[in-house]
Design a protein around this ligand. Structure first.
Ligand code: PA5
Length: 435
């Protein structure tokens, strides 16, 4: 079980505060579990973790193996909830530089269609030069502009390289089972498809093929990921008390919000966690930021960002709280060596492991920020492995659903996202959007 420690928020809150909100947490959790709240037609993600491998998962693993064998590169096209989860999973498990040295048998994985940058497109073109590649196009609606443009270009490249029939065997569409432009294209063209359940919103879809296919292509064991998510569901859905870390985390962050802490920074001391922070940021940002409410979610990488955001956290406006993520140290160690001249003055650390230094940096940061008036929730994740990945995804999704109901907003819509699209479509002259 993920351990949530709230001992470093007591300066700002008290036990009676927590006990007072317990009833609200219980009600919010029940609303979610019973399907009686706003957005209750988007609760399909609660059923995604399963104990046994499904036929869809078997097909995902078979497709992934095929892609691994016939591709130097696998391009994943999607944006928002159709992009962040798989990238977060791969970077957390394999590091930000996971593509280096990879090729056929264990392909590189690049992401496209998550923006409109011509530079990023040109870079992808250079990366694909002379490479065998396959792609997954991920879009629940099938009409999102950014991935649609990227997909059109990549499909054309595949057809030019492998012919129309050859290209068809290298395109995988992940979309709604029945409706939408992408479903229609896939049916007409005969691409292999995987399903985003209609009742699971984009940012809650990482445990479908959206996340699982790219993870499997990267060599992550999706059966273990699912086992971790299933275990999480069994544990966190059923424990209805403050012993449940979901309750503790959601209760405390809402109490802190009510006391004026309107920014939450999710921090990890692992550079590979950065995109996981991005996934979390979208999950909470799109779910909670509406009706003039919401905790602004920000993510930071420590110790790197202690040399940028650290000053603001320590002494800036006191409207933030932090959630610090810790994992067990890895088996393979690095030890600081001794140096005869000791010009850098580091000999006092000779013989100490990098983990030891990291641990002290964590403890020192924690104490400093708490002294500076910033409440800090800490989360001990334990060992980082495939099961933990699944557990973390389900844990945060559940936290988000419960927390948004405590806040009093619908966690499953995102009406605000349409505003930029409407303006963009007007400016682009999209039919139906004329001024
Ligand atoms: O969480 C969400 O619903 C959104 O972030 C979507 O995932 C994102 O807008 C992409 O939508 P689609 O999958 O329809 O292309």
């Amino acid at each position: 079980m993920i351990k949530v420690d709230i001992s470093n928020v007591w300066g700002q809150l008290s036990l009676p505060d927590l006990l007072a909100i317990e009833k609200e947490i219980a009600a919010a959790h029940a609303t979610l579990a019973d399907g009686t709240g706003d957005g209750n037609d988007f609760l399909g993600w609660l059923k995604l973790p399963v104990a046994k491998e499904t036929p869809e998962m078997l097909r995902i693993r078979a497709a992934a193996e095929h892609i691994r064998q016939n591709s130097d590169v696998f391009v994943v096209v999607g944006i928002g909830g159709s992009y962040l989860g798989p990238r977060a999973a791969i970077e957390l498990m394999q590091g930000c530089n996971h593509n280096i040295g990879k090729g056929k048998g264990n392909p590189q994985i690049f992401f496209a269609g998550n923006g409109l940058s011509t530079r990023a497109w040109n870079e992808l073109m250079r990366l694909l030069e002379g490479k065998d590649f396959s792609l997954a196009v991920i879009s629940k609606s099938g009409t999102t502009t950014e991935p649609a443009i990227a997909f059109r270009g990549l499909k054309w490249m595949l057809e030019r390289k492998y012919g129309t029939d050859g290209a068809k065997k290298r395109i995988y569409a992940i979309t709604d089972p029945c409706k939408g432009a992408l479903r229609q294209m896939a049916t007409e063209e005969g691409w292999e498809t995987f399903v985003i359940p209609p009742d699971a919103g984009g940012r809650y879809s990482v445990l479908t093929a959206v996340g699982l296919l790219p993870m499997a292509v990267a060599g992550i064991d999706i059966r273990k990921v699912m086992a971790g998510a299933y275990e999480a569901k069994e544990t966190y859905d059923n424990l209805r008390s403050l012993e449940n870390p979901v309750w503790l985390y959601t209760g405390i962050r809402n109490l802190l919000y009510r006391s004026g802490k309107c920014i939450e920074i999710l921090e990890s001391f692992e550079p590979g966690f950065k995109m996981m922070g991005g996934w979390w940021q979208q999950l909470f940002g799109e779910s909670e930021g509406k009706d003039g409410k919401g905790i602004f979610p920000v993510t930071a990488e420590f110790t790197a960002d202690l040399h940028s955001l650290g000053q603001m956290i320590q002494q800036g406006e006191r409207n933030i709280f932090e959630t610090m993520i810790r994992f067990d140290a890895p088996q393979q160690k690095m030890t600081v060596g001794s140096d005869a001249k000791n010009l850098d003055g580091l000999n006092y650390l000779a013989g100490k492991t990098l983990d030891f230094v990291d641990e002290k940096a964590y403890l020192g940061t924690l104490a400093a920020h708490v002294d500076g008036g910033v409440p800090v929730i800490t989360m001990d994740m334990g060992e980082l492995n495939d099961e933990k990945l699944g557990e973390m995804f389900y844990f945060f999704e559940l936290c988000c659903g419960v927390s948004a109901y405590i806040l009093g907003v619908n966690p499953f819509n995102q009406p605000g996202v349409e505003f930029y699209k409407r303006n963009m479509f007007q400016l682009l002259g999209k039919p139906g959007y004329e001024v």
